[in-house]
Design a protein around this ligand. Sequence first.
Ligand SMILES: O=C(O)CCC(=O)C(=O)O
Length: 376
Amino acid sequence: MCNRKASQFKTAPSTKRKPKSAMGESIEPAFIQALEHRPNNQEDTAQLPETIPTIDLSLLNSPAEPSRLEGLVKEIGRVCKEWGFFQVVNHGVPSKVRQRMEKAAKEFYDHPLEEKMKVKRDAENPMGYHDSEHTKNVRDWKEVFDFFSKEPAVIPASEDPDDQELRTVNNRWPQYPPEFREVCKEYSAEVEKLAYTVLGLVSLSLGLPADRLNKYFTHQLSFTRLNHYPPCPAPDLALGVGRHKDAGAITVLAQDEVGGLEVRRKSDGKWFPIKPTPDAYIINIGNCMQVWSNDELWSAEHRVVVNSEEERFSMPFFFFPSHYVGIKPLEELVNNHNSPNYKEYNWGKFFASRNRSDYSKRQIENIQIDQFKLSN
Ligand SMILES: O=C(O)CCC(=O)C(=O)O
C-alpha cells in the first residue's frame, strides 16, 4: 500500500489516476470462488441481448396525459416481474451532483489504507470503511464505504430475535477529502428522491396507491455504498461481489463506464452483463418488495466480475425500511385464491443478521427470504 501522508491530500489530486490494488498483488484463497460460481464459465454469452430494459422517466417532469403515465406504470410492472432489473434515464438526479460524488469517492479511495482505517466499520456500527466483506462466505475483491441517509439511525443491537435492545448509530466521516461529508449528504438526498419516485411507480404497478409503501420508510435505514473494485490479478477466480439478492425494497445504482455488473436472468438462469449507459441509474427489486408483492415482483440475483486492467467504481443506494417494520405480503394482494407465500419477519433483525455475515466469514449461509417461505 502507498505511504503518502494524509496532509498531501488537502488539495485535489491530479485527474490522472493510476489504478492500484488495495487488496494485494496476488490472490489469497479467501477470494477464490467455487468452480460453479466463477465468472466466464457460461458458454453462450454472445447470444444474450444487448442490455436490460431502459425506462425514460421524463414524462414525470411535465403534466402527462393519463394514458402515457399508465403506459409507464405498466412497463415498470412488466420489467419488475420479468427481470427485476431495469435502467432509468431522465431520472431527475442532477449530473453535477453525481459527478461531485464520483470525484469525492475516488479521492477517498486514493488515500493510504491507514487513513481509511480511521473510519473502519466494526461489529457495533455497520457504517464506514471495510475491505473484507464476504458474500456467501467468500471474500469480495473490493473495498467499500457506507453511510446512512438519515442519522442517527436506530438499529437492533443484535440479530438475536429475543434481544429487544436497540442501538443508535451515526455515520463515520473521514477527514479527507474535506468536502466528503457534504457531498455524500447532497448525493444521497437526490438519490432518495428518485427511490421514492420509483417506489411510487412500482406501487401503482401493483394496483396500489402511489404512497402505499411510504410509511415503512419513516425511520429508514437506507444507506449509500461507495464501491471500489481494484484491478484483480486473477479475475477468472474471484468476484468483485459474489452472487446475491439485495435485501431491501429497491436499489438505485450508479455504475461507471468500466462494466462488470451481471444479473441472472429469470427466464433461463443465465448471467447477463449490464452494459453501462452514461448517466443512467440501474434499479433493482429487493427482497422486501418481492415479499410485499407476494412473489409478483422478482428480486434477481446479481454479481460483479472484475478485470486485471482497470479499477471500477459503483454507488448503490439501498432503500431500506425502518427497523421496526414487519415484512410480509401486503393484505391487499392476498386473498383466498392467492394465499401469502411468506410469514412475517422483522426488518431490523434481518438487517442485523445480514450485516454480521457481511462483516466476516461464518460457518453458515447468510439469511435469505426463503427461510420465511410458507409451503402453501
Ligand atoms: O457494483 C455493482 O455494480 C453492484 C454492486 C452490488 O451489487 C452491491 O454492492 O451489492
